[in-house]
Design a binder for this molecule. Structure first.
Ligand code: NI
Length: 136
């Protein structure tokens, strides 16, 4: 029986949206306030979805305590209270949009989950704006 379990997490981080492939004027036009040079913060909410088969012995898909620790060690301890542009090497040459942050989080988590699990992450940058990776 395939099923999905979810674990929520939270972190705060600062960023600035800016592309080195665009001019100063284009960056200002496309990213608006998010392009202001001195950074701004977000309260990011993360939902991690793990899917697979229920273990017939334990009745678990995955031990949520184990999943909680993986998310903390690989993602929230790493990103929380950081400046994503300056502090996190993954964003040195990657614009820290919600889209790219979600993809980076997926890449951070994927090696730490057994291959039998499917992984999807949903990242809320605001209450109303969120992204999901990969597409289901
Ligand atoms: Ni922003």
């Amino acid at each position: 029986m395939r099923i999905s379990v979810f674990r929520k997490a939270h972190f705060n981080a600062a960023h600035r949206l800016n592309s080195s492939l665009l001019s100063v004027q284009e960056n200002e036009r496309i990213f608006g306030k998010c392009n202001r040079p001195n950074y701004h913060g977000h309260n990011y909410d993360l939902e991690v979805k793990v899917s697979g088969e229920v273990d017939p012995v334990t009745g678990y898909l995955i031990d949520l305590g184990v999943l909680k620790d993986i998310i903390a060690e690989q993602v929230t301890d790493y990103l929380d209270h950081r400046n994503l542009n300056l502090d996190i090497p993954e964003f040195r040459d990657l614009n820290p949009t919600a889209e790219n942050i979600a993809i980076v989080i997926w890449k951070l988590l994927r090696p730490h989950l057994d291959e039998r699990f499917d992984l999807q992450v949903r990242l809320y940058e605001t209450e109303r704006n969120y992204v999901e990776f990969p597409v289901s």
